[in-house]
Design a protein around this ligand. Structure first.
Ligand SMILES: [Zn+2]
Ligand SMILES: [Zn+2]
Length: 321
């Protein structure tokens, strides 16, 4: 069975990060059933350094179901522990190991993207952090050859808490330069813009003008071709608070004006968008997919029920069986 793709403008596919409590195949069915077309997953426990030694038993069936239901691209979100920008040697070594592991297992999940957070320089300074990150990516690439099936390393912008690197468009552009300087293959690197993180940092993406300014900057400093993914989230945090608190679309502080412009902006044409909104395991995946399509079309989203606003969402902290 082939499902019609959802209709975001200009060919961009709408997906979501879904929990895998019911397994990998069920997640493919779920995103297709709620009207989405792409999937982000964790390959294993996102808060642990330990990785499974064998691929999940369902993996081949998962790949087959992706093809049957026309779901993709698949993104793998690396564990939150990864910090390639930090000065501590042991954490750095383990972070490189974890990135290598994700790059190695990603093709088994038919994943085109391995999404990692840029990380924190932990007080060592922005330039040092960016150089460490570039070197770490280089070490990982040295151990996992490129090629047609090799996933892209997709670096996600941060909301800027602590000593975070990768909060500004300038940071992201400098990461590309730092990689190029030491001979890291920048064709294997892309970027993810998370709307809640942009907002937390302070970008004024609550209206069309602010989105236009930001994306013009992205296009001139980074180049639109470098944007591989969008994480489409509203935010419960104040703009500029440096906090990262994802909210249901239209029920947070970014609001529908800015999200509409994001969803229809030509700089992001063709880029897959993944929801990371709360309560994916409580049925709010369906509501947020519907509301993304409504907001993109310039229509009012459906109201988010009061109980959903109280729920903090149990996140997606489940590994595939
Ligand atoms: Zn993330
Ligand atoms: Zn994100």
């Amino acid at each position: 069975m082939t499902d019609a793709r959802p209709t975001l403008p200009d060919g961009r596919v709408l997906g979501a990060h879904l929990p895998l409590a019911n397994g990998l195949v069920a997640a493919v069915d779920r995103i297709a059933d709620v009207g989405g077309g792409a999937l982000q997953i964790f390959t294993d426990n996102p808060t642990s350094w330990r990785r499974r030694s064998e691929p999940p038993a369902e993996q081949a069936a998962f790949r087959a179901r992706l093809a049957e239901r026309d779901v993709g691209p698949v993104a793998v979100h690396a564990p939150y522990l990864v910090n390639l920008a930090g000065p501590e040697e042991e954490l750095y070594r383990r972070s490189v190991e974890l990135l290598v592991s994700e790059l190695v297992v990603a093709p088994g999940f038919a994943a085109r993207f391995v999404n990692i957070h840029v990380g924190s320089h932990r007080g060592a300074g922005r330039e040092t952090g960016i150089r460490r990150l570039a070197e770490g990516i280089g070490l990982a690439f040295g151990r996992v050859p490129g090629g047609p099936d090799a996933p892209l390393v997709v670096l996600e912008n941060s909301a800027g808490g602590g000593f975070a690197v990768g909060t500004t468009v300038e940071d992201l552009a400098d990461i590309v330069d730092a990689c190029a300087e030491i001979g890291v293959d920048t064709d294997r690197i892309g970027f993810c813009l998370d709307t809640a993180h942009l907002w937390g940092y302070g970008y004024a993406i609550g209206d069309g003008e602010g989105v236009d300014d930001l994306l013009a900057r992205v296009d001139s400093l980074l180049g639109r071709g470098r944007i591989a993914m969008v994480h489409l989230n509203d935010s419960r945090a104040d703009r500029g608070s440096r906090h990262d608190r994802h909210a249901h679309l239209g029920a947070g502080r970014i609001g529908i004006g800015g999200l509409h412009r994001f969803l229809t902006h030509p700089v992001l044409a063709g880029v897959p968008h993944y929801l990371e909104t709360p309560g994916m395991d409580e049925g709010y995946d369906a509501l947020n997919v519907r509301n993304a399509l409504l907001i993109a079309a310039g229509l009012a989203p459906e109201p988010v029920p009061a109980e959903a606003l109280r729920s903090r969402g149990s996140a997606s902290l489940t590994a595939p069986g």
